[in-house]
Design a protein. Structure first.
Length: 689
């Protein structure tokens, strides 16, 4: 039968196919020029592949399509430890290595599939005075490109709770500083939830005391993809008598979003909903979700499909013939109920509670919950898959395999192809109080490997607010609350997980940074620009210079931190018959030669030109018409393009394009040169205008 190897790979370094046992030659070495010459598609950096650690063989599922490799980005979305590439830090790798079916069984072979820890466990909150805690399975949201945002509640200096947030780039680099979400600060603001659209914009909702003039109400704040507030804080609930509490939110791909919450509008709490369009305008009016109104209905969660249809799940009392049960209701994209309220759990003895829901790109979805007394005398975690039509796909299934103490508070995130990961709190399993465990499933709902531990720090309690989110590539981020780890009380911590389908302990999304085959669209240009390239018989005298001025607006946040985590690439394109082709790439890896001039930009200086010959670079922030950049490279480390011929360095039919891009955000800069002042076999010079 097929098998999975669960492996911990210590001190794992970068490796690439065909580079086993090699290391990059030193800067300036002739071998390096051969390795990195011409175009970016032939450039490789090689490191020694470390010996594999011992494997533990466990049964593999019957479907090899867990998370099939998606088209790789042309830019490496780097992990936050660039030192790995320079021979530095350890990367802890959890490997799921799929073996082939035995030929005698007569079934097709499987491709390799892996899940690895992408970098180390990290602390999210920077403010550490007093408890910093999350709201449960709604603490993190991730956009399609992998950027993510975490929200939590924090005790302020006046002993009131506020809502805090922190943004991250997909590779784990911090995007700006921790910030306060709520502007209404009277009394407590608590229980936040967050969801992100495909473009990286996001919305935070929370429970606010007295903001609506009564008890607790539901407030919200929209943000664009750069983390700038879009409009002002707004009230979600229309009904304001008594209390409105426990909000949840789901954003569709286009930025429209759904908010659900509990409200005492009848004799007992019910589940209510408000839809919004992509600009933050209310779509229709507030409405009640649950049709069964006897007893309490609470603890709602919601998933929105790309087409804006959605499903809401919640705890219902007394509906399945016993105590608590998990109920659900589907809606179409116009907000009309699709079918009737339905029961999710099949096992009905005692309490089934705390549901979470997530779905795939096709609208299929998975619901998970914890169940009391179903396995032993404590709680256990269970799930149920559904098609996009709301039809149960298979039977209810148990998630946890460790049953010595009660796992609870599950969260789930489904990748675009329908494969998913469930995480939950587990008591006593990690040797401390409680820890965070996970289990991966393929798109058919079959477990891949065994359950695994997410948290590294095991003293005290980790969990309580465990939440998980996936990006378009099927990479995940898990966040949770940890006691006393931040030096004070509770703090928020996280761990990124990524795919490694070629089994080399390198994330699929962490492939070597490369310029795209043709110029990127949507880049910032300048009213003035110049570009010069000189190729000498003496490689030490090779030169490339590019300047752009009076450019489009950008701020410091768009630049990131290239000293520690961001890669910049200078991409040069020639054209033949109006078809562009990449002819050279200059790459600047994260290093200490970068200086941040916040808020005025960045500066780079390296006389040795160790990074592809780049000796200087400068990016100046500002409003439209006020920005500029300049880049200069010199010497033997430049991967110079080959001349187009003896009489012309570039074909320039019709354009030579120069771009600066980075590996974490879509911000880029471009100049297109259509007329050359000089274009011979060794020299090219052009200006704009």
């Amino acid at each position: 039968m097929a098998q999975v190897a669960l492996r911990m790979a210590p001190n794992t370094k970068r490796s690439l196919a065909g580079c086993d046992g090699l290391r990059c030659p030193p800067a300036g070495d002739a071998a390096k020029r051969d390795l990195r010459h011409r175009t970016s598609t032939t450039r490789r950096r090689c490191v020694r592949r470390e010996n594999d650690a011992a494997r533990v063989i466990v049964p593999r599922a019957a479907n090899g399509s867990l998370f099939p490799a998606l088209p790789r980005s042309n830019l490496r979305r780097r992990a936050d430890h660039a030192a790995d590439r320079k021979g530095g830090t350890q990367m802890r790798a959890l490997r799921l290595l799929v073996a082939a079916w035995v030929g005698a069984i007569g079934l097709p072979p499987y491709s390799f599939a892996e899940l690895i820890f992408d970098g180390s466990e990290f602390q999210i909150n920077t403010y550490t005075t007093g408890p910093q805690s999350g709201p449960g399975a709604r603490s993190v949201a991730r956009s399609a490109n992998g950027n993510f945002v975490v929200v939590w509640q924090s005790y302020d200096e006046d002993s009131y709770l506020d809502i805090r947030a922190q943004r991250y780039y997909r590779a784990g680099a911090v995007a700006g500083s921790e910030f306060q979400v709520n502007t209404f600060t009277t009394s407590n603001q608590r229980d936040p939830a967050v969801s992100a659209a495909a473009d990286g914009s996001f919305v935070v909702v929370w429970q606010s005391f007295s903001a609506d003039g009564s008890g607790f109400g539901i407030q919200g704040q929209r943000y664009d993809s750069t983390g700038a507030a879009a409009g002002t804080e707004f009230r979600v609930n229309t009904y304001t008598t008594s209390i409105q509490f426990h909000p949840a939110i789901a954003a569709a791909a286009d930025g429209s979003f759904i908010v659900v919450w509990n409200s005492f509008q009848n004799d007992a709490p019910g589940v209510y909903c408000q839809r919004y369009n992509s600009t933050g305008g209310a779509a229709g009016t507030e409405f009640q979700v649950n049709t069964h109104t006897a007893y309490t209905q609470y603890g709602a969660a919601v998933f929105a499909a790309p087409d804006s249809s959605f499903v809401v799940v919640w705890d219902g009392v007394g509906q399945d013939g016993d105590s608590l049960s998990v109920q659900g209701q589907r809606y179409d994209s116009a907000g009309a109920a699709a079918g009737s309220e339905f029961q999710v759990n099949t096992y009905t003895t005692s309490a089934q509670r705390r549901p979470a829901v997530s779905g795939a790109a096709d609208g299929s979805f998975v619901v998970v919950w914890d169940s009391f007394g179903q396995v032993g005398l404590d709680t256990s975690v269970h799930g149920q898959r559904y098609t996009s039509a709301g039809v149960a796909a298979g039977s209810e299934f148990q998630v946890n395999t460790y049953t010595s103490s009660g796992p609870r508070r599950p969260a789930v995130s489904v990748a675009a192809d329908g494969g998913f990961v469930v995480v939950w709190d587990s008591y006593g399993q990690d040797g401390g109080g409680s820890g965070v465990q996970g289990q991966r499933y393929d798109s058919a709902g079959v477990a891949i490997g065994t359950e695994f531990q997410v948290n590294t720090y095991t003293t005290g309690f980790q969990g309580y607010s465990t939440s998980i989110a996936a990006d378009a590539a099927g990479d995940f981020v898990v966040v949770w609350e940890s006691s006393e780890q931040d030096g004070n009380s509770e703090g928020m911590f996280g761990q990124r997980l990524c795919q490694d389908t070629d089994s080399n302990s390198v994330c699929d999304s962490d492939v070597p940074a490369e310029c795209s085959p043709s110029p990127a669209a949507g880049c910032l240009s300048g009213a003035k620009a110049s570009f010069q390239l000189k190729k000498s018989d003496d490689d030490a005298r090779d030169q490339i210079k590019w300047k752009l001025s009076r450019g489009g607006a950008f701020n410091q946040a768009a630049l990131g931190d290239p000293a520690t985590s961001r890669i910049y690439l200078l991409c040069i394109y020639d054209s033949t018959g109006n078809a562009d082709s990449l002819v050279a790439t200059l790459e600047i890896d994260p290093n200490a030669n970068w200086t941040t001039k916040d808020p005025r930009g960045l500066q780079y200086k390296d006389k040795a030109g160790a990074e592809d010959g780049v000796t200087k670079a400068k990016l100046k922030t500002g409003d439209t018409g006020k920005t500029s950049l300049s880049i200069g490279a010199k010497g033997i480390n430049i991967p110079m393009p080959a001349p187009a011929g003896d009489t012309a360095f570039f074909n320039q039919d019709t354009t030579v394009t120069v771009q600066l891009v980075n590996d974490q955000t879509p911000t880029c800069w471009t100049s297109a040169f259509m007329t050359a002042k000089t274009n011979d076999g060794t020299h090219f010079k052009a200006t704009v205008p």
